[in-house]
Design a protein around this ligand. Structure first.
Ligand code: NAP
Length: 255
């Protein structure tokens, strides 16, 4: 899967400070992309960038809130100036604000929609200008098995299902410019996000992960590298005929 890019191409990965985004940024750098590691706070990406540069790769840290059109515009321009036209975009930044519907606040609802949906919209709109100009591009959106419904996540599951529709529409609109768009729907991946879920439920993480693994057909939880490997394939040259798809990376058909 994946492979080395022949000419230097630039990839932007949002939410790249940690977790899945950090693993994706490092994997794409290994594949030969110059990587703009974007997160809310530029300094929070220093670990990701130094891991890439110390392995001989090329990366810059960029601070931006994906909910802000101005911040997104400036971030994408900076990536283009410092690394070259960004033709690969991984919309990975995400948050959870879990609660049962009767306890969910408007703020819980709005903030999840804004980061996942508005964030992916603004980033994709800014990056497609470079992709259509280049006549080549790849967009990968992080959905989730929660798109199929998950107790306590009416906001998050709605946003993640929305990203699947967004992905398919981008595939339809941008295909003729050589741009593919796909979504990855991870199951349980061991990151700060799942650690926070265990905390919220009052279960020790090891116990939480063990219980989850027992429900997963391959009998283990996922790692950020499982998602990074799938992104590597989807953004590669050889994945050019794969577009508008949702790939469940969940150790089974739906996690
Ligand atoms: P994570 O460890 O919580 O990392 C998410 C990153 O996104 C954080 O660095 C966070 O920054 C950043 N971020 C949040 N809001 C942002 C904003 N407005 N602008 C820019 N960056 C922002 O999460 P993860 O587990 O790696 O998840 C990555 C993606 O995969 C998310 O979209 C998530 O929904 C999806 N996913 C995860 C799992 C899982 O099991 N872990 C399963 C399915 C889908 P701060 O730290 O500063 O807040």
């Amino acid at each position: 899967m994946g492979g080395t890019v022949s000419e230097s191409r630039t990839a932007i990965v949002t939410g790249a400070a940690r977790g899945i985004g950090a693993a994706v940024a490092q994997r794409l750098a290994r594949d030969g992309f110059g990587v703009a590691a974007l997160d809310l706070d530029e300094s929070s990406c220093s670990g990701t960038v130094s891991a890439i540069t110390s392995a001989g790769g090329h990366a810059v840290a960029i601070g931006a809130d994906v909910r802000s059109a101005d911040a997104v515009g400036a971030a994408v321009r900076r990536a283009a100036d410092e690394l070259g036209p960004p033709t690969v975009l991984v919309n990975n930044a995400g948050i959870t604000r879990d609660n049962l519907l009767f306890k969910m606040t408007e703020e819980d609802w709005d903030s999840v929609m804004e980061v996942h949906l508005r964030g992916a919209f603004l980033m994709s709109k800014a990056v497609q200008a470079y992709q259509t100009e280049a006549g080549w591009g790849r967009i990968v959106n992080l959905s989730s098995v929660s798109a199929l419904g998950n107790r306590g996540q009416s906001n998050y599951s709605t946003a993640k299902a929305g990203l699947q529709g967004f992905t398919k529409t981008l595939a339809l609109e941008l295909g003729k410019f050589g741009v593919t768009a796909n979504a990855i729907a991870p199951g349980f991946i061991e990151t700060d996000m799942t650690v926070a879920t265990a905390e919220r439920l009052g279960v020790p993480f090891d116990e939480f992960a063990k219980g989850a693994a027992e429900q997963i057909p391959v009998r283990r939880v996922g790692q950020p590298s499982d998602i990074a490997a799938t992104v590597s394939f989807l953004v590669s040259e050889e994945a050019g005929f794969v577009s508008g798809q949702v790939i469940y990376v969940a150790g089974g058909p739906r996690g």
